[in-house]
Design a protein around this ligand. Structure first.
Ligand SMILES: [Mg+2]
Length: 110
């Protein structure tokens, strides 16, 4: 199932009405922190960590969707497109680098 703005806008409006903008920001921070912890568990090979990551990714996506609607869908979508284009450029440069026999650069994903 693909979650759309139409599916979520009314629900997120109700959430914002109950807990406000600051509450939404705090919840987003909390969910990002929980995902960081889950990813640490996965890297260490903890049993059940994949399920934990799945649930925390879902939480972060929900919060990111709320933030996108709150902060402006057009601006966020524009930033996403720009960042994806930038990532594509970096991938292309790295592929060329590796194909020419140079050592791989860091994979920190930025
Ligand atoms: Mg969570």
């Amino acid at each position: 199932m693909k979650v759309t703005d139409d599916d979520t806008r009314e629900l997120f409006d109700r959430v914002r009405e109950l807990w406000g903008r600051a509450g939404m920001f705090g919840q987003a921070q909390e969910e990002c922190g929980e995902l960081i912890v889950a990813l640490s568990h996965l890297r260490r090979g903890r049993v059940g960590a994949e399920d934990e990551v799945i649930l925390e990714v879902a939480d972060v996506l929900i919060m990111a969707t709320q933030l996108r609607q709150q902060m402006g869908t057009e601006d966020i979508d524009h930033a996403v497109k720009w960042k994806l284009r930038r990532l594509g450029d970096r991938v292309g440069r790295e592929e060329i680098r590796r194909a020419s026999g140079l050592p791989p650069r860091g994979d920190d994903g930025r």
